[in-house]
Design a protein around this ligand. Structure first.
Ligand code: ATP
Length: 143
């Protein structure tokens, strides 16, 4: 399968979702950028295939953009845990094959796991672990 064949959507264009969207676009993938803030949407027009304004907690909005046709959706809403959980739940109920979601804290992480997110990312914790592993391997290489 060509990488362009895979359809991605990023919901929430903050620092985390925004960097994922830019990178996928730069790598040549189809990526739909979604945010309820029109300023964010306009900012991501050059870094996405399409950029759409909408509230991802609304089922009618998700249906109207045909979200079920996307192979991989990432929910990058952090602060509004209710919105993140509801969006993730709707995506799984609509049958989106792969849903990844960003967690703000361990309680958020537990909820996302419970409702069926295929992968839960806790950026600060995950990055801390990777940095520690990198530090440890540098240390090993020194000896
Ligand atoms: P960052 O990735 O910058 O750390 P964050 O974890 O602080 O972000 P927020 O800033 O709360 O998370 O949300 C990220 C983005 O998601 C914002 O641009 C916000 O406008 C968008 N967003 C929040 N709720 C919704 C929603 N219901 N529908 C669509 N977009 C939303």
């Amino acid at each position: 399968m060509k990488k362009q064949d895979k359809q991605f959507a990023v919901i929430g264009l903050g620092r985390f979702g925004g960097s994922i969207c830019r990178e996928l676009h730069m790598l040549g993938h189809e990526v739909l950028a979604i945010d309820h803030d029109i300023v964010k949407v306009e900012e991501f027009v050059p870094y996405s295939t399409h950029a759409i304004q909408g509230n991802a907690t609304e089922e009618a909005f998700l249906k109207s953009i045909g979200i079920r046709n996307f192979d991989h959706v990432i929910v990058a809403i952090g602060e509004d845990i209710q919105a993140s959980v509801l969006t993730t739940l709707n995506l799984k109920e609509f049958g989106v094959q792969t849903v990844w979601a960003k967690a703000q804290n361990v309680y958020h992480q537990k909820l996302l796991d419970k409702i069926g997110a295929d992968r839960v990312i806790h950026p600060e914790v995950d990055m801390g672990m990777r940095i520690a592993q990198s530090m440890a391997s540098d240390h090993l290489l020194d000896y």
